[in-house]
Design a binder for this molecule. Structure first.
Ligand code: 1OR
Length: 294
């Protein structure tokens, strides 16, 4: 049992897999949001999943000099540091310690120090492995804790759910229809979803580009400066693509693409574009003249 977290007795089966809900003030929600905003684990969550994470987190306060995670133990919670400082130690056989540099005779090498915004404890939960390090508070700390079941349900299922969603979307994208389902699945794995508000530029004419985009929802327009005037040259909707020219021709962006309304795009990096698009890439190259009226 976790010494810092009081657990409910949950022996009825119905609640075993439910994501818990801990009421929070809007201010607390904002603080957690801030703490997770740059964290890779939370980067690709949609709004509903982010809300699930936010409600499932519980606040934990820990005095100084407490061991919150012990190397070798089973994993129970994932943590985000709201404030305070913690030290991370890794113990290995035959390791040389430098006690003057912060290493500990009993806990091993001090590998990192965590402050506000850091997160830890994900490895054991992701891989069903023993804790890989020991984590000790150096000052009193406030942490946000996410239990193992919620962590796995929200963050890991998410990957496969996104993959399924993307596969359906990609199957309906005309330019990708020449690919096999297995090839589209590989693309689904590497696509990165991004949102833009109306009037925001997604790419800009003249800039260097290293990404290709598919429109997941919403609409955009392509604009070019013609005789000094920014002119709309193309309208694009769900299923359309853009950004391929810079990758095909290794030139700067030939147009600006601006969201006409709130839009979600799926971005594919240059290497993946070359490696995964295969025949679709050839079609894009062949049809570019027709598409852009050259
Ligand atoms: P966990 O669930 O295994 C301990 O519980 C946590 O310490 C671990 O997840 C990570 O979040 C965190 N090696 C292993 N775990 C580390 C390391 C680490 N640093 C932080 N944690 N390092 C490698 C040392 C040979 C240090 C990398 C800077």
């Amino acid at each position: 049992a976790n010494a810092f977290i009081e657990e409910d007795d949950e022996d009825d089966a119905s609640s075993a897999n439910a994501i818990p809900s801990f009421p929070k003030t809007p201010e607390q929600i904002e603080r957690i949001r801030f703490a997770i905003k740059d964290n890779f684990l939370f980067k690709n969550l949609d709004e509903e999943q982010e809300m699930d994470v936010l409600t499932a987190m519980r606040e934990v306060t820990i005095p100084a000099k407490e061991t919150i995670i012990q190397q070798g133990d089973a994993g129970d919670y994932f943590y985000i540091v709201e404030d305070g400082e913690l030290e991370v130690f890794v113990k290995k056989d035959g390791q040389t310690l430098d006690l003057s540099a912060g290493d500990s005779e009993t806990l091993g090498k001090r590998v990192v120090v965590y402050h506000e915004g850091a997160s830890f404890g994900e490895l054991a939960l992701m891989h069903n492995a023993p804790r890989a390090a020991t984590i000790v508070s150096t000052t009193p700390c406030t942490l946000w804790a996410l239990d193992r079941v919620s962590f796995r349900t929200i963050l890991l299922d998410h990957t496969s759910r996104r993959r399924r969603e993307y596969e359906a979307f990609l199957a309906a994208v005309p330019i990708l229809s020449s690919l096999k389902a297995g090839e589209r699945a590989k693309i689904a794995d590497v696509l990165e979803s991004r949102s833009f508000e109306a009037k925001q530029d997604i790419i800009r004419e003249g800039e260097l580009g290293d990404e290709f985009f598919l429109i997941e929802s919403g609409a955009a327009e392509a604009l070019k400066v013609i005789d000094g005037v920014e002119t709309v040259v193309k309208q694009m909707v769900k299923g359309d693509y853009f950004g391929e020219l810079a990758l095909l021709n290794r030139q700067t962006r030939a147009a600006t693409v601006r969201a006409s309304e709130k839009i979600r795009v799926a971005a594919l990096g240059e290497q993946a574009f070359t490696r995964l698009l295969g025949p679709a890439k050839d079609i894009m190259a062949r049809t570019a003249g027709e598409r852009y009226g050259w």
